[in-house]
Design a protein around this ligand. Structure first.
Ligand SMILES: NC(=O)c1ccc[n+]([C@@H]2O[C@H](COP(=O)([O-])OP(=O)(O)OC[C@H]3O[C@@H](n4cnc5c(N)ncnc54)[C@H](O)[C@@H]3O)[C@@H](O)[C@H]2O)c1
Length: 262
């Protein structure tokens, strides 16, 4: 019996939010697997990171893009298809977080949270679907969060937006299953050495009046496996979903060390 799985060498994989942290590590792993990698970020540093990864001849390109601008997103994906080929994989990793009591949440904060985490992901999906449908193949991997399943205190807009990412994943999975496109999301737990966690610890330090070490201890103690998520745990899972997982669609997979179990 043959094994299931696809060879990533020569395939085009797009990662949003690839200038740093989780997105950058996923782009690095795709490059190691021999894929052509499109790295998108609103942060212009993505260009330098892409150049670094392209050294030695790898086909890696950086695209400075704000994913909340739909026409710019569609233009950017047309450029990616022309320069690197139709994407086989899209990782909607770009996201923002905010932390404050719900009474202090302004319409602007709520709006921004949904524009980046939800609208931006939908626009990027619109950018890849025509090519994936032509190929009758593709993987879309959205980033939700543990907070999208069990909401987090002081993070009402973020939790709501990440919950929406799970529902949009399911809706899209139904819609594009006839085209053999698989759509899933990853729900990370608190991930060490990332922008989101450093902004959340700052928020908790201010709102709970606890020193940072106490915040880290408090949240680590809630994880059955006894440590925070490592970026490599997420890279490993995203690579699995990209190169394998052929019978999985519409799922929201926890990568939380057992912190979230449904
Ligand atoms: N770090 C965690 O603990 C954690 C936990 C659960 C879920 N997540 C999710 O994982 C993903 C990555 O998290 P991270 O901690 O690596 O984030 P990060 O803040 O370190 O990096 C996110 C990247 O997205 C980019 N970005 C933000 N807005 C953008 C926009 N409008 N257009 C294009 N790029 C934009 C940023 O410039 C940044 O480079 C996010 O979706 C986050 O919600 C993270």
């Amino acid at each position: 019996m043959g094994t299931i799985g696809v060879e990533l060498a020569g395939k085009t994989c797009v990662v949003t939010g690839a200038a740093r942290s989780i997105g950058l590590a996923i782009a690095e792993a795709y490059r190691e697997a021999g894929a052509q990698v499109a790295m998108i970020d609103v942060n212009p540093e993505v260009a330098g990171q892409a150049e670094r990864l392209a050294a030695g001849g790898a086909r890696v390109k950086g695209y400075v893009l704000d994913i909340t601008n739909r026409s710019a997103v569609l233009e950017c994906f047309a450029k990616i298809a022309a320069e690197l080929g139709d994407p086989y994989a899209l990782v909607n990793n770009a996201g923002i977080v905010d932390q404050r009591p719900v009474e202090e949440t302004t319409p602007e904060i709520l709006d921004r949270m949904f524009r980046v985490n939800v609208h931006g992901a939908v626009y990027c999906i619109q950018g890849v679907l025509a090519g994936m449908k032509r190929m009758r193949d593709g993987k879309i991997i959205n980033f939700s969060s543990k907070s999208g399943k069990t909401g987090s205190a002081l993070m009402v807009p973020y939790s709501a937006a990440k919950g929406a990412v799970i529902a949009l994943t399911q809706a899209l999975a139904f819609e594009v299953a006839p085209d053999n496109i698989k759509v899933n999301c990853v729900c990370p737990g608190i991930t060490d050495a990332t922008g989101v966690w450093s902004s959340v610890t700052k928020g908790y330090t201010e709102n709970l009046k606890l020193p940072r070490e106490e915040v880290v201890k408090k949240f680590t103690a809630k994880v059955p496996l006894g440590r925070l998520t490592d970026i490599r745990d997420l890279v490993d899972f995203v690579l699995f979903l990209t190169a394998s997982g052929e019978y999985c669609t519409g799922q929201a997979f926890n990568v939380t060390g057992g912190r979230e179990m449904h």
